[in-house]
Every structure is written in C-alpha cells, then in structure tokens.
Design a protein around this ligand. Structure first.
Ligand code: NI
Length: 144
C-alpha cells in the first residue's frame, strides 16, 4: 500500500526572462514585462510529493525532518533570496518556472533516492502553477 506525502515550502527569488539569441523586440514579445532589464521577484511556493510504503515501525512514508533537511540543503539554501539567472542551472536556459520546476525535480529526485519523488509543484503567483511528475510510467515501460 503506497501513500503519498506532500509538504509545502516557500522561498523568494528574483529573475529576468531573456534569451540572448533573440532581439530586443522578440524578447519583449515573448516575455513582456518579465523581460524588464532590472528583473523582478517572486515568492515561490514549492510543493514536494513523495510516495512509498508506510514503514511498519514508524507508521510513516518518510520522516518529515528528513524531507525538510533535503529540501533545505538542495533547494532553499541554493535559491532563497538569490537571483535565479546567476545560478549555473540557468546559464544556458531561461529561468522560467517551467524550467525551475524541472531542475528542482531533478535535484530532489537525486537527493531523495531511494525514496520515490512523485511530483514537484511550484506556484509562481496566485494564478500560475507548474507541476512536473517525471517520466510517466507508461512511457518509461514503453522505452524499456
Ligand atoms: Ni517572473
């Protein structure tokens, strides 16, 4: 019996959406005010979901303190109060929340293994949410 456990974290960071290869007009067209040269900030809400069997001794899927320590070390200490564009992860790709979601998923999946990371969801604003659940089981088995 597999149970999912989700926990919410918050961090604040700034960024600017800009692609060097595009012209000033193309960048403005693609990113609007998010292309502002001075950047802007977000109070991101990160939701991490892991899953697994309930440990018979503890009654838990994963110790909350363990999850907190991993998220702090891998995500919060790295991105909180930082400019995302200065991080090496965004040297060659835009710091959109889509890309941030993919990168955080990858960082956490590695750090949490062998615990199963089910999804990473990031709220960028009250109205914008992004979620990544990794490669689907269907396409993974198809590839294999
Ligand atoms: Ni933004």
């Amino acid at each position: 019996m597999i149970v999912r456990f989700s926990r919410r974290y918050t961090f604040s960071a700034s960024h600017r959406l800009h692609v060097e290869a595009l012209t000033v007009e193309q960048n403005r067209e693609a990113f609007g005010k998010c292309n502002n040269p001075h950047g802007h900030g977000h109070n991101y809400v990160l939701q991490v979901t892991v899953s697994g069997p309930v440990d018979s001794a503890t009654g838990m899927v994963l110790n909350m303190a363990t999850l907190d320590a991993v998220v702090r070390a891998v995500v919060l200490d790295r991105f909180d109060h930082q400019n995302l564009n200065h991080d090496s992860l965004f040297a060659a790709q835009t710091s959109t929340t889509e890309n941030l979601c993919l990168e955080i998923y990858s960082l956490l999946a590695t750090a949490l293994a062998p615990v199963s990371l089910r999804s990473v969801r990031i709220e960028e604003t009250e109205n914008n949410f992004f979620e990544y659940s990794g490669t689907s089981l269907a396409s993974a088995s198809h590839a294999a």
